[in-house]
Design a protein around this ligand. Structure first.
Ligand SMILES: C[S@@+](CC[C@H](N)C(=O)[O-])C[C@H]1O[C@@H](n2cnc3c(N)ncnc32)[C@H](O)[C@@H]1O
Length: 268
């Protein structure tokens, strides 16, 4: 599977089939970044849902030089199982109908334990991506052990307070060299976006890369600049589609970030 900017349409169709709730430009952003980081061993997915994001990251990380990543997924399952039983969260119904077969919808509705969710996602990931996933699911971020992660993908939380609680609980679980991704950094989760700005103001996270809806951060400015410089040096990255932003002294003298030129990707 080609995860580069040369395969926007292929990536779009693949993530749609997996049921991942992200545009292809964000997948390409992750490709651009992860081929310029040190070895990734552990990733935490906050909001594992149908496992579409997990399946995509599993393949993408392998494609960018990080084989055998161990994943941890957090999901209360209330939303997924309850929705499959038609009792809550009505706007997801059509998404289930579009992404899941009838037998997948039936088996999803019976998921009650994190072990069952783990097996369900593992089976579906292998079937749809041809790549096995090393995964362990838990119901709540408070059930996580003291594992430190190389990557955290934050994909739940509505209110500012709820998101700040997750940031404060999970940023300390990120290694000093790790990458923290905030998803739906847009009108998809407006109050998570507000919470992310507050966390940056509190100097808990430093921006590296602005995707379309995913923003990638480091825990300290030195690490953020190392990754930015590596991405800008990468000759495989098409400079028309990804560009260095002018320096901002807010984060330190001549601090640079990278922005996806996602409009250009859409039209390329
Ligand atoms: C937007 S979906 C995640 C999509 C997934 N990351 C992907 O890309 O395919 C959010 C999920 O988080 C779960 N969730 C929401 N708040 C939660 C919480 N506080 N603890 C655990 N799970 C939660 C919901 O059940 C839902 O399945």
């Amino acid at each position: 599977m080609d995860y580069s900017y040369k395969n926007v349409k292929g990536i779009y169709e693949h993530v749609l089939k997996l049921g991942m709730l992200s545009p292809p430009e964000d997948v390409i952003a992750a490709w651009m970044l992860f081929k310029n980081t040190d070895q990734i061993g552990h990733m935490l997915e906050l909001g594992s849902y149908l496992g579409g994001g997990l399946g995509m990251f599993n393949q993408l990380l392998a494609a960018t030089g990080h084989a055998n990543v161990k994943f941890t997924g957090v999901d209360s399952l209330e939303f997924i199982g309850a929705q499959a039983r038609q009792s809550r969260g009505a706007w997801y119904t059509d998404h289930f109908n579009r992404c899941l077969s009838e037998s997948e919808r039936t088996s999803l509705a019976s998921l009650n334990t994190p072990q069952e969710a783990t097996e369900w996602i593992q089976e579906r990931t292998l079937r749809l991506t041809g790549t096995a996933i090393d995964l362990k699911c838990v119901l709540d971020e408070k059930d996580l052990d003291d594992q430190q992660y190389d990557v955290i993908h934050h994909d739940y939380g509505d209110s500012v307070e709820e998101n700040l609680t997750t940031f404060r609980h999970c940023v300390p679980k990120l290694k000093d060299t790790g990458i923290y991704i905030v998803d739906d950094w847009c009108t998809g989760a407006p109050l998570r976006t507000v919470a992310a700005v507050l966390v940056v103001q509190q100097k808990l996270l430093y921006p590296i890369l602005w995707g379309k809806n995913k923003v990638f951060y480091a825990k300290n400015p030195e690490r953020a600049q190392q990754v930015v410089n590596a991405m800008l040096r990468d000759t495989e990255n098409n400079p028309r589609l990804f560009k260095g932003m002018p320096g901002s002294d807010y984060f330190g003298t001549n601090y640079q970030t990278v922005r996806m030129h996602w409009q250009a990707i859409q039209w390329s």
